[in-house]
Design a protein around this ligand. Structure first.
Ligand code: M6R
Length: 609
């Protein structure tokens, strides 16, 4: 949600900023802009709409010359998407430009103060207040002026600031919104995430909350909120630029679906030694593990769906209560959490605001926090007691696929690891599951080979108005993810239902030709799943069933079409079952001409409540 990139160096800044913004497009935005010092003054170009419009406006960057600047893709919060509300926002003299991710909560009161001082405002944004306030305090040192402003603004923000009077410095500020610094020979960057700058450097500094940084061609200096210098570690990003490019695929989503076997290998293989799960990053001691009385899983969206599978699997393995809750609900529900509660926080981005707030709430109540996160150095990772990274690599498509799969693998690894430590599952049970975990990537490859069959099914169903997903237990959890994938990228109305609940209401919606995707991978409940297929078929539904190899004949008696996955340990069925559902959503969206990687109204990282 919103993207920031800033550059100071020896090259022309405009094309570098446009390229960086293009790499942040996936985060979601509705307008874009840049501010560049041209040797005399700040040149600001910004517009509502896609980045292409901004690029055309400044001839791909050729229309503005200068070697220092900031750029932004905005997701509107305060003030509608419009040219004037786009960032950069500038102070009234035009000397100071600010790009901002997040929300300034006390902007109205600050605006009133500034208006009282005779300051006029051009936009409706909270960001303009920051630009005007910096100018109000400016006495020849932009760093000091920003330092004073930080004591007055409240909320969540990442800021990039440029001042025409000091055209060799960029200022970066971070509080509750991600911002990284990139280091190079003769240049420095600031950016919302690594993808924006990986082309130029892999040496980065992760800013902490409350920190301010000063960037010049010579390097970066970091300060705390009192402007005292702080020393920072430089991290080396070990993935290549190709990981953030389409590599011949039409969409990032398809590329990321196909990358899942490899991502699973990275997530699983280093964590298995001699048939046992070894979690080297798990730093909680055995006494703590033995004393865990309850587990809470907290997450949003697809990460929450991983939590649903996690609940079933962890309860089977650990025999302790596992509650799975949407982060946005957890925050306000007075959860029963104490020092014997392990809270598992799941987040691809590691920046989701609701999940972050839930983490803090749980921590304050005494729980230990274990997070399952993809983005290294993200806020959630940094505030957790234990982080298990998913190692899925950069995920660019808004609809998550490989992050979901690796989250599932990691929660299963965790379950098996804790079961061993607590002695809640016997060795044979653990060994069997671990053996299957190691086979998961190659079994997933077999599923992905059915791409063309699924494309065919998509061609049969892409014009349906409404599609239902039904299943029980882990198949229900899988249905939630299949349904979300479909609706977020194809805009088809869809619902996932626990099959047993159909007759309590939803079955009234089934009529001739309604498509029901029946999930029947869980052997123990196969007969029940079959009864539900009969139930909806007799009311006119078309049924596309997903089951394991060997059961297709039985299923063929009732379903119209069948997709199979290889059989595996019951804990791992959703890890295989999700791939056909991802492909189905992908091809349906493709046939409907949707903007698959950047679905309307959605952002990759949701950093507002
Ligand atoms: O980064 P997170 O895992 O915390 O994000 C949570 C959700 O916003 C995310 O899973 C969302 O539902 C995806 N668009 C689903 O594809």
């Amino acid at each position: 949600m919103c993207g920031i990139v800033g550059y100071v160096g020896r090259e022309e800044a405009a094309p570098i900023l446009l390229d960086g913004l293009a790499r942040l497009e996936y985060r979601g935005y509705d307008s874009a802009g840049v501010a560049i010092f041209d040797g005399t003054k700040l040149q600001v170009a910004k517009t509502k709409g896609r980045l292409r419009a901004l690029s055309d406006m400044i001839q791909g960057g050729a229309a503005i010359h200068g070697t220092i600047g900031v750029g932004h893709t905005r997701w509107a919060t305060h003030g509608a998407p419009s040219d004037v509300n786009s960032h950069p926002q500038v102070s009234r003299s035009g000397r100071i430009a600010v790009v901002h991710n997040g929300i300034i909560e006390n902007y109205a009161e600050l605006k009133e103060f500034l208006v009282g001082q005779g300051v006029g405002f051009a936009s409706e944004t909270d960001t303009e207040v920051v630009a005007q306030l910096i100018e109000y305090f400016y006495e020849g040192d932009i760093l000091k002026a920003v330092g004073r402003v930080l004591h007055r603004i409240e909320g969540a923000y990442a800021l990039g600031i440029i001042c025409a009077d000091e055209p060799e410095r960029l200022i970066a500020v971070r509080k509750d919104s991600p911002l990284i610094l990139g280091l190079g020979d003769g240049f420095s960057f600031l950016a919302s995430d690594v993808t924006a700058i990986i082309k130029h450097t892999r040496d980065v500094i992760y800013m902490e909350d409350g920190e301010i940084a000063e960037l010049t061609r010579e390097g970066v200096k970091c300060y705390n909120h009192l402007l005292q210098p702080v020393s920072k570690e430089t991290s080396h990003v070990d993935w290549e630029i190709d990981a953030a490019e389409k590599g011949g695929y039409e969409h990032f989503m398809l590329k990321e679906i196909m990358e899942q076997p490899e991502a699973l290998r990275r997530a699983i293989f280093p964590r298995v030694k001699d048939g046992q799960v070894v979690l080297e990053d798990f730093t909680l001691d055995d006494d703590y593990v033995a004393a865990i009385r309850k587990i809470f899983i907290v997450a949003c969206g697809s990460s929450y769906h991983v939590g649903m599978v996690g609940k079933y699997n962890l309860e089977k393995l650990l025999r302790i209560p596992v509650e799975v809750t949407l982060a946005s609900e957890f925050r306000y529900m007075e959860p029963i959490v104490d020092e014997h509660t392990l809270v598992i926080v799941i987040s691809q981005s590691g920046e989701t605001l609701d999940t972050m707030a839930a983490l803090r709430e749980a921590k304050a109540l005494g729980a230990k926090i274990l997070s399952i996160v993809n983005v290294v150095g993200s806020s959630i990772a940094r505030e957790s007691d234990v982080v298990l990274y998913t190692w899925a690599g950069p995920e660019i498509a808004v609809a998550t696929t490989k992050a979901y799969s690796t989250q599932l693998a990691v929660i299963d690894l965790l379950g098996l690891y804790l079961a061993k430590k607590r002695g809640s599952a016997d060795d044979e049970r653990i060994l069997t599951a671990v053996r299957e975990l190691l086979m998961l990537p190659s079994k997933l490859e077999q599923v992905l080979e059915k791409q063309e069959d699924i494309q065919y099914f998509a061609s049969q169903y892409f014009n349906h108005d409404s599609i239902f997903f039904i299943g029980r237990n882990v198949d229900y959890a899988l249905g939630l993810e299949g349904s979300l994938k479909l609706k977020e990228i194809s805009y088809i109305h869809s619902e996932a239902y626990a099959s047993g609940e159909l007759k309590h209401g939803t079955i009234s919606l089934i009529e001739d030709g309604t498509l029901v995707v029946a999930l029947a991978t869980y052997e123990k409940l196969f007969d029940k799943a079959m009864s539900n297929v009969v139930e909806v078929r007799s009311r006119g539904a078309d049924v596309l069933a997903l089951t394991t190899e060997g059961r297709e004949e039985a299923m063929a008696k009732n379903a119209n079409a069948i997709i199979t996955i290889p059989d595996t340990d019951e804990l791992l069925l959703p890890s295989l079952g999700v791939a056909p559902l991802q492909l189905l959503a992908y091809y349906i969206a493709l046939m409907r001409g949707c903007d698959i990687d950047k679905p309307r109204n959605l952002a990759k990282s949701v950093t507002v409540e």
